[in-house]
Structures are given as structure tokens and as C-alpha cells.
Design a protein around this ligand. Structure first.
Ligand SMILES: NC(=O)c1ccc[n+]([C@@H]2O[C@H](COP(=O)([O-])OP(=O)(O)OC[C@H]3O[C@@H](n4cnc5c(N)ncnc54)[C@H](O)[C@@H]3O)[C@@H](O)[C@H]2O)c1
Length: 357
């Protein structure tokens, strides 16, 4: 039995750690160890870090992860504004204990002991920009964050959201290789928003509830590399050639639709946070041992001749356990696949060269 005064002190420390930004700096100062945090603060579950947690995606993502019963500890890291976001989110009466970390000197503390790291850090697009235009800034951010992961939680599952995903995933892989910690089963580029959009737009055409629709989206996460396989949509259905053309175009340009509608105020954040949480929840269920967790993701792959490709993968306790072949494609999809591969090859090469140079 623990002495009641000590319990009270720990509780006060925990609350102070949320509220007082100076206490965010060194968790040892708060007198609260990670073990205590997990055992007393919240439900038994997983430790999750969000890097870029104060951003447009990061904030709603943090809120939704705080609501996830599989999460016991939630670390919020950013280079700005984490004290405020952390104080705010920490008032939600859900199980997960929330802690904030600000600036690169606290990256190690944010990452140590994490089971899952979600990365939405980096700049988003403005109208007229492609995802590749973000490369110069985001490549460096992703490299730094992945160096931290390799050092502090090399066994964590990584969900990479920062664009251009087609290049940032190869960058992360190269960083992990350099550090000697690369495990391709644990690195997943998040393409879930493309699937979410495909399900929504296809459901509109079919007059169905989007929750009943499942459209695999393969390839990558930019323009023509986003390849929806409408011929494999479930429930099985048929689209006219015009519907296929319109749907493919809308799914490939869904991100641009949002960027233009926001007119300079950013790219998709709310739907992305939703998609990221859907994907992270699948990873956590898989880590827990649930069977049959299958989602699309951009991963190291042998499905095509390219070293990275998005397709359906089965996730388990150790990360990706099986990568599924593309299945039968129709002529329209075969043509799309060739276009996708051409652009993807260049984006992968660009990412690899960035780290190797
Ligand atoms: N994978 C996808 O489907 C998808 C969809 C939408 C957006 N995105 C991408 O997600 C990223 C974030 O988008 P957003 O709208 O949230 O942008 P945002 O600018 O609103 O937020 C980004 C956050 O990252 C933080 N940040 C910058 N450098 C950092 C560093 N070194 N370490 C930690 N945090 C850092 C910023 O301070 C900011 O809070 C962009 O690259 C965007 O293109 C991906």
C-alpha cells in the first residue's frame, strides 16, 4: 500500500505537469516517473507520441487520440505552442495521461518508451503548390525527428503523415538504416485519407452509406500516384467509364480541392486527423493482438519493382506482417499503375538521395 500523502503529492505533481509549462521541461522535476504515470493516471494501454502536435492536423489528432481507450499515455511534441495544447487536451476526462514537450531539447523525453509515433510535423501546401514543393522544408524536419526515434524508441511503430509522403517514407527508412535500427515492418506512410476520400466519393455515386464502402487505394500519396482500384470496391458494384474517370480524378485531387477551398489557410487537417486516428487505432488494435487488421499504407514493398508502394497490408503485433498483391486490375487501372510508378520512382529516388548525399 502506498502512503496516502505520497499519492496526493503525485496527483498534484501530475496536474502541475499539465498546467505549468516550466514543469514540461523536465519530467523528473515533477516527481512523476513514466511508470507511475502509466499505472495510476490512465487505463492500461499504449504510449503514443504525436510530433507536430500543435499544428492543424496535430491538434484535432491529439484530441481524438486522447479519446482512444487503447491509449494510456499521450506525448505531444512540437517546436511551438505545446504547453497550451497540452493544458487544453489534458482537461478531457478520458483515460490517457497527456504530457507536453517543447523544442528539440525535449524530443528525446517525448519519444522515450513510446509504442507508436505519429508524425504530422511540417509545412502544408498553399494553393498552386504540389506536395513535392514541400520537400525542401519537410525532408529536414522528418530526418531530425527520425534520428530521435532511432535513438529513443527504435522499436516503435511509426505512422508518417508529413508530405511528400512518397519521399518522406524513403527518407525515414534511410535514417533508420544509417542508425542501424531499420525495421521495414514498423514504418508506415499514412495514405488513409485517400481511402477515406475514395469511400466517401464512391458512396455518393452509389447512394450508399460511406461506412459500408471499401475502396482500396494503392500506389502513393500525390496526384497520379494515388491509384484507386474502383474495380475492387466493396460491396461489389459497377461504375460507368465516366464515373470511373470522375471518381479517379476527384480522389487524386481531393487534397487540392481542400487546399483551394481553404485559399491559403492550409490543407486538409480535420479529415486528415480523422484518417490518421482511424489508421493509428488499427495499428494499436494490431499491437494488442487483434487478428485480421488490414489497411492500405505506403510501405517498403515487393508488390512492384519499386522499393516502396502503397497497398493493403496486414498489421500485427510486430508491425506489418503481410503485404497483399494488387489483385486483378482492369485496363484503366493498368494504365494508371504505369503512370503512378513513373512518378513514384522519381520521388523515392529524391528521398533516398537526400539522406545519402
Ligand atoms: N499524409 C496525408 O494524407 C496528409 C494530408 C494532409 C496533410 N499532410 C501533411 O501533414 C503535414 C502537416 O500539416 P498541417 O496542416 O498540420 O500543418 P501545420 O503547419 O498546421 O502544422 C505543422 C506543425 O508541425 C510543427 N513543426 C514544424 N517543424 C517541426 C519540427 N522540427 N518538429 C516538430 N514539429 C514541427 C509546426 O510547428 C506545426 O505546429 C504537412 O506536411 C502536410 O502536407 C499529409
Amino acid at each position: 500500500m502506498q502512503h496516502p500523502t505520497s499519492e496526493v503529492n503525485q496527483r498534484i505533481s501530475r496536474i502541475a505537469a499539465h498546467l505549468n509549462p516550466s514543469n514540461l521541461q523536465m519530467e523528473e522535476n515533477s516527481g512523476l516517473s513514466r511508470v507511475n504515470c502509466r499505472a495510476k493516471g490512465g487505463s492500461p494501454g499504449f504510449k503514443v507520441a504525436i510530433l507536430g502536435a500543435a499544428g492543424g492536423i496535430g491538434q484535432p489528432l491529439a484530441m481524438l487520440m486522447k479519446m482512444n481507450p487503447l491509449v494510456s499515455v499521450l506525448h505531444l511534441y512540437d517546436v511551438v505552442n505545446t504547453p497550451g495544447v497540452t493544458a487544453d487536451i489534458s482537461h478531457m476526462d478520458t483515460g490517457a495521461v497527456v504530457r507536453g514537450f517543447l523544442g528539440q531539447q525535449q524530443l528525446g523525453d517525448a519519444l522515450t518508451g513510446m509504442d507508436l509515433v505519429i508524425i504530422p510535423a511540417g509545412v502544408p501546401r498553399k494553393p498552386g503548390m504540389t506536395r513535392d514543393d514541400l520537400f525542401n522544408i519537410n525532408a529536414g524536419i522528418v530526418r531530425t525527428l527520425c534520428e530521435g526515434i532511432a535513438k529513443c524508441c527504435p522499436k516503435a511503430i511509426v505512422n508518417l503523415i508529413s508530405n511528400p509522403v512518397n519521399s518522406t517514407v524513403p527518407i525515414a527508412a534511410e535514417v533508420f538504416k544509417k542508425a542501424g535500427s531499420y525495421d521495414p515492418r514498423r514504418l508506415l506512410g499514412v495514405t488513409m485519407l485517400d481511402v477515406v476520400r475514395a469511400n466517401t466519393f464512391a458512396a455518393e455515386v452509389l447512394g450508399l452509406d460511406p461506412r459500408a464502402v471499401d475502396v482500396p487505394v494503392v500506389g502513393g500519396h500525390a496526384g497520379v500516384t494515388i491509384l484507386p482500384l474502383l474495380s475492387q470496391a466493396k460491396p461489389s458494384c459497377s461504375f460507368t467509364p465516366k464515373e470511373v474517370d470522375d471518381l479517379t480524378d476527384r480522389i487524386q485531387n481531393g487534397g487540392t480541392e481542400v487546399v483551394e477551398a481553404k485559399a491559403g489557410a492550409g490543407s486538409a487537417t480535420l479529415s486528415m486527423a480523422y484518417a490518421a486516428v482511424k489508421f493509428a487505432d488499427a495499428c494499436l488494435r494490431a499491437l494488442r493482438g487483434d487478428a485480421g487488421v488490414v489497411e492500405c499504407a505506403y510501405v517498403a514493398s515487393e508488390v512492384t519493382e519499386l522499393p516502396f508502394f502503397a497497398s493493403k497490408v496486414r498489421i500485427g503485433r510486430t508491425g506489418i506482417e503481410e503485404i497483399y498483391a494488387l489483385g486483378p486490375l482492369n485496363e484503366y487501372e493498368r494504365v494508371g499503375l504505369e503512370k503512378a510508378k513513373k512518378e513514384l520512382a522519381a520521388s523515392i529516388q529524391k528521398g533516398v538521395a537526400f539522406v545519402r548525399k
